[in-house]
Design a binder for this molecule. Structure first.
Ligand SMILES: C[S@@+](CC[C@H](N)C(=O)[O-])C[C@H]1O[C@@H](n2cnc3c(N)ncnc32)[C@H](O)[C@@H]1O
Length: 144
């Protein structure tokens, strides 16, 4: 992250909040994570701001997703960049196609990612026992 940048994270769960704050510190990123509901969190779009919704949009209900989509599209209109990341699930995400259309209509893009990786033994075993392929990291993303 370029110097002078900072992050402002939000999650409902205190454990996730403290993990996020720990991670920011490990990467030397300024800012903090706080406990809260992303649906109510103020999302201010502004040129030079980036908004990341990581593995979170699939966690909320359909009505909340409508609210979040509107907020993210508004933020883009105000000049922010928006990135949504979700896992590549075997079962299709019912909401993804509509979100993809809206992001593309706003000049954005949709991608799927696969990175080969050599995980440490413990993570490799954990991944395998969770039914994942521990030889690669995968994700899908929407960007605008
Ligand atoms: C799969 S975890 C992802 C955590 C983190 N964003 C990451 O990328 O590592 C999903 C997270 O969404 C959070 N969550 C679910 N609904 C939420 C909401 N309405 N507001 C804030 N966080 C929420 C859960 O507490 C959980 O930590």
């Amino acid at each position: 992250m370029e110097s002078g940048s900072s992050i402002n994270g939000v999650d409902k769960h205190p454990w996730a909040v403290s993990e996020a704050s720990w991670t920011y510190r490990q990467f030397g990123i300024g800012g903090y994570a706080g406990q809260g509901d992303m649906i109510r969190a103020p999302i201010r779009g502004r040129k030079g701001h980036g908004i990341l919704a990581a593995y979170s949009i699939n966690e909320i209900d359909d009505d909340s997703r409508v609210v979040m989509l509107t907020k993210l599209l508004d933020a883009r209109e105000q000049g922010a960049h928006v990135l949504v990341i979700e896992p590549i699930a075997k079962r299709a995400l019912a909401w993804w196609a509509e979100w993809q259309d809206r992001f593309m209509a706003g000049g954005g893009r949709a991608d799927e990612w696969r990175f080969r990786i050599d995980l440490p033994e413990r993570q490799r075993l954990l991944g395998r026992s969770a039914g994942l392929d521990p030889r690669e990291l995968t994700a899908r993303s929407l960007w605008m």
